[in-house]
Design a protein around this ligand. Structure first.
Ligand SMILES: [Zn+2]
Length: 142
């Protein structure tokens, strides 16, 4: 076995930066879970409101599919956050999955779940999801 001198050719993150990223990731995770909870309450309220009269069947299906789609996206994002926390522990969070280059701290701060450097950004979709969830109060709004 070779010496276990870890790859340190990257600048690496300081402890302070890593702490900040962990904070951001945990905040985002909390926000998604909060959204999921309030979304659930909202859908239950709606059900009682709409259920008083005959509910249009297609409206009901639409609501359900929106709810499921959102839940699926939130779940994916939660997975991404867990992965990012893992990479943070392994100190590979700033390593581009594609080219192996360094992902800058500033970029990680804005997109902590990214696994690509700015040149390889293929995470646009995920990032948009996070931004959307972050700004939206009512997940079931069309
Ligand atoms: Zn790259």
């Amino acid at each position: 076995m070779k010496n276990d001198n870890k790859k340190r050719d990257r600048a690496g993150l300081t402890d302070k930066e890593k702490e900040k990223l962990r904070e951001v990731l945990l905040e985002n995770r909390e926000r998604i879970l909060d959204n999921a909870r309030s979304g659930l309450e909202l859908s239950m309220n709606r059900d009682t409101d709409l259920g008083r009269d005959s509910i249009d069947e297609s409206t009901g299906e639409e609501l359900l599919s929106t709810a499921l789609r959102l839940r699926d996206r939130e779940k994916k994002l939660l997975d991404k956050i867990e992965e990012a926390l893992e990479r943070l522990n392994e100190e590979t969070i700033n390593e581009c999955e594609d080219c192996g280059g360094e992902i800058g701290f500033g970029r990680l701060l804005v997109r902590p779940v990214t696994t690509f450097c700015v040149d390889c950004k293929e995470d646009r979709e995920v990032h948009e999801d996070m931004a959307e969830i972050g700004h939206r109060r009512a997940p079931f709004k069309e």
